[in-house]
Design a protein around this ligand. Sequence first.
Ligand SMILES: C[S@@+](CC[C@H](N)C(=O)[O-])C[C@H]1O[C@@H](n2cnc3c(N)ncnc32)[C@H](O)[C@@H]1O
Length: 257
Amino acid sequence: MADPDAEDSYRAFEPRDYLRQYYSRPQLAADDARLFRSLCDWLRRTGRVFPTALDLGCGPTIHNTFAIAPYALQIDLADYLPANLGEVRKWLNEAPDAHDWDALFRDVLTCEGASTAELERRKALYRSRVSALLPCDLRCPNPLGWPARYDLVTSFFCPECVAKDRDEWGMVMSRVLGLVRPGGAVYFAAVGDAHRYAVLGRWFPCTPVREQDFREVLVRHNFDASSIAAQAVPAPDWVEDGFDHIILVNATRGQSR
Ligand SMILES: C[S@@+](CC[C@H](N)C(=O)[O-])C[C@H]1O[C@@H](n2cnc3c(N)ncnc32)[C@H](O)[C@@H]1O
């Protein structure tokens, strides 16, 4: 059953404000640049092309899965708010009032070690790989409404923003990890050890989480301990906005159920 208080906090979430606060700079914020170097390096090292991928709590953003496009044949994007998915849809449909991601996409390509001349080709590849925009609610036992399984599940700054305390965070993470196929993989970024984050001066709650919390929950859900990497990365651009570091996590699930 969804928690009405948590629902209320996201009723005040404005996709355009969020994009303006975090994703309208001429270049990636320092923590995001670290995130993309880590994500691209991990994707390259896994040497896998995932048949299916899901980004949970994508919000109005697409830059994370833009980086994943060469490594996943089918990418589903899921969020709780229809207005967030609406922003994504606008970009996919090349609507004139869609958010302009080009500057940050060029930075993502640079973090990857690719040429920025690849921009248009990558955008076309990305558009061809996004296969569904899905409503989801991580406060429900079945977040997508059916028992889906994906080869790669990602989530950027979402479960710690959805859960109102650590117990609920554990439950939300169980649901996220339940969407990963045996042998599948995860990549997460989380707001580190913070109680709230700001969107243009409006505060949204967070549950404080640390690297060790991820290690524990992943091992409990049959992820190989030796595959788990969790690191804290400074976020100097967002200190006034409630957090001073983020946590980056990747891991691979064991083959057994
Ligand atoms: C901090 S934003 C992260 C957005 C994006 N992933 C990014 O990297 O910037 C948190 C996201 O969690 C989503 N969210 C809030 N409640 C949710 C729920 N119950 N289930 C799934 N997502 C939820 C919000 O709509 C919002 O897009």
